[in-house]
Design a protein around this ligand. Structure first.
Ligand SMILES: [Mn+2]
Length: 303
């Protein structure tokens, strides 16, 4: 499988790297790390991403649009299904060969080559292990991105199916000279004042009913703030005694974004019923309706 991936990269004259909507630290880090690892012209197309991730090495090389209409090779990273890919219609569909590398258990195997390891907590860990297995030259910039990706998807090495392999991979990556404290501060340990204000708002609105903790954000609360990463907001009211599911509803243009977290039930199943997806303990979906309607629908589905 790994040699298929690298054979295709070798053959391709034009390559595009794509990832999912609302890219998080893992999606961004994987795109940048893989882009740097391929020593060819690669278009990393991510039209919109959180400003705070601009510290990642090579972030200035990200393109809003691809240069080509038809690429020899499209590489989809950290994305469970093709319709979640940004640039699916423009680039992925038309690419001659498609590679899908991911760690979501809801992955639909939409590539010609699929490298999906649902037990791995971050796609960045899959890439790191791939690079190590192939004995590729990992630069400090690549290692920095991959460490950021692992920290991001595990919320600082506390969430998801982390095991000894995660620490082993991380330890090898740190061996390339990554400034761990700096990456940690950037990814986990800091937020802008605007985001802090949003956190305060979210926490102040938490209601707990039947062991489900629910909060919400209105469109006007987050106007002008760009992409809001729900995982850091959810974190601020997780771990409350007896609470089994944490829900955040974010009002959007014509729909509500639902984010769920749980250590008890499989929230990806709930979100799949509403056309979304994710992992057992952390998932999301977009649902039409008002905040109240959507909250009720999801709440009833959980009960
Ligand atoms: Mn991920």
């Amino acid at each position: 499988m790994l040699s298929n991936i690298f054979d295709e990269i070798e053959k391709a004259h034009s390559i595009v790297i794509l990832t999912h909507k609302n890219p998080d630290g893992d999606a961004m880090s994987c795109s940048l790390a893989f882009g740097m690892m391929i020593h060819k012209d690669v278009d990393i197309v991510i039209p919109n991403y959180p400003k705070r991730l601009n510290f990642l090495p090579n972030a200035d090389k990200i393109k809003r649009k691809g240069e080509n209409k038809v690429y020899d090779l499209a590489i989809a990273l950290d994305t469970s299904e093709e319709k979640r890919l940004v640039g699916y219609d423009e680039y992925y569909k038309n690419a001659k060969v498609k590679i899908n590398i991911d760690h979501h258990d809801t992955n639909t195997f939409y590539g010609d080559v699929n490298y999906v390891l649902p037990d791995v907590p971050a796609c960045a860990q899959i890439l790191a292990d791939m690079f190590f297995k192939k004995d590729l030259n990992v630069s400090i910039e690549i290692a920095t991105c991959l460490v950021a990706g692992i920290l991001s998807d595990t919320s600082g090495l506390v969430e998801r199916n982390i095991n000894a392999d995660t620490f082993y991979t991380l330890s090898k990556l740190l061996g390339y000279g990554v400034d761990y404290k700096k990456v940690y501060e950037e990814v986990i340990g800091s937020c802008s004042r605007e985001i802090f204000r949003i956190k305060q708002l979210v926490v102040s609105r938490v209601v707990i009913s039947h062991d489900i903790a629910i909060s919400y954000l209105l469109k006007k609360d987050i106007e002008g703030l760009g992409l809001i990463e729900s995982k850091y907001l959810l974190k601020s009211y997780m771990g409350i005694e007896g609470v089994k599911v944490v829900m955040l509803l974010t009002e959007n243009e014509g729909f509500v974004r639902v984010s769920l977290r749980s250590n008890v039930i499989d929230v990806s199943k709930i979100c799949q019923k509403f056309g979304g997806g994710g992992h057992i303990g952390s998932a999301g979906c977009n649902v039409n309706g008002s905040i109240e309607e959507v909250a009720k629908a999801i709440y009833n589905e959980i009960l």
